[in-house]
Design a protein around this ligand. Structure first.
Ligand code: NCD
Length: 311
């Protein structure tokens, strides 16, 4: 595997391989006081972020460091991007410096693909990992989400997965949906009418033949969902503040709602949350969002090892 630009780059065998490898990294490190493996010694990884991040950037950095890579963080707000430097010049600079991998986040759909074409023409050059490109995709989040479903429920086939919130702009939903199409699942999409899943993606879902339904009410799905995947309304993607205000408080998952859910259901969220899940739900054993963050460490270790040829 050279790059990871879209979740559709991976087939089911590769996905299972990454999850198995993530489990091996977990076994090697969990509970250990000193978290250091020699896997990527001498390799240099750059994170290049043009949008804010807490988990994605810091978990990639930590994953790299746990494998002894050198990890260097660049962000648009502190680099020469501020002076007007183009994405292409910035990317070619990192390739010239000798980056082995570039993990990048950018507000434009397709940015990671462009960077991969620039820095690794003909496949020679650094690996590029898409850590979120606008409202398009966030493939590493989808991998850690799938890994979490496996860890929490023992498998994916046969499950009913409900996605709630901003299905229009939420890139995590777009990547996870595409990933789940490789499995035998039922999908439920819950959003305000203005934030429904993009039509082209919905058509892909329908064409896949899986069981799918849309709704604007969590009540319609809470009773029989196995996975409730809640997302933030993506304020920064709205052109118009009034349109955001209309939907910003559309959903809140509360303990009262959780009482209607299955005992073995899991509630997930890519985070950050800004009110969609009440903090009193955190104590519920079904609340998996912080375990989800931890799973992200191991899946990102597996992915870095795979793209850098050390799996
Ligand atoms: C998400 C993102 O950046 O797309 N966060 C993440 O990476 N875990 C979700 C969001 O910002 O709402």
């Amino acid at each position: 595997m050279k790059h990871l630009l879209s979740i559709s780059d991976l087939d089911r065998d590769e996905i299972i391989g990454l999850m198995d490898e993530a489990d091996r990294f977990r076994e090697a490190l969990e509970g250990r006081e000193i978290k250091k493996l020699p896997t990527l010694r001498g390799r240099t990884i750059y994170t290049l972020f043009y949008e804010n991040s807490t988990r994605t950037r810091s978990s990639f950095e930590t994953a790299g460091k746990w494998m002894s890579a050198d990890v260097i963080n660049l962000s648009a707000s502190t680099s020469s991007v501020k002076k007007g430097e183009s994405l292409k010049d910035t990317a070619l600079t990192l390739a010239s410096i000798g980056a082995d991998a570039i993990i990048m986040r950018h507000p434009s759909s397709g940015a990671a693909q462009l960077v991969a074409d620039w820095v690794a023409p003909g496949g020679v050059g650094p690996s590029v990992i898409n850590a979120g490109d606008g409202s398009h995709q966030h493939p590493t989040q989808a991998l850690l989400d799938l890994f979490t479903i496996y860890e929490e429920l023992g498998g994916v086939d046969g499950l009913k997965v409900a996605m709630v919130g901003d299905l229009r702009y939420g890139r995590t939903v777009h990547s996870l949906t595409r990933l789940l199409l490789q499995y035998n699942v039922s999908l439920r999409f819950v959003s305000p009418d203005t934030l429904r899943l993009p039509l082209n993606l919905m058509n892909t879902v329908i064409d896949s033949g899986i069981n799918v339904r849309e709704s604007d009410n969590v009540q319609d799905v809470i009773g029989d969902a196995d996975v409730l995947y809640v997302t933030r309304i993506q304020k920064e993607r709205f052109g118009d503040a009034a349109a955001y205000d209309e939907v910003k408080d559309a959903y809140e998952i509360t303990p009262a709602l959780m009482r209607q859910a299955k005992e073995k259901m899991v509630i997930m969220h890519p985070l950050p949350r800004v009110g969609e899940i009440h903090t009193s739900v955190d104590a519920d054993p079904r609340a998996a969002y912080f375990r989800q963050v931890q799973n992200g460490m191991f899946i990102r270790m597996a992915l870095l090892a795979a793209v850098l040829g050390k799996a």
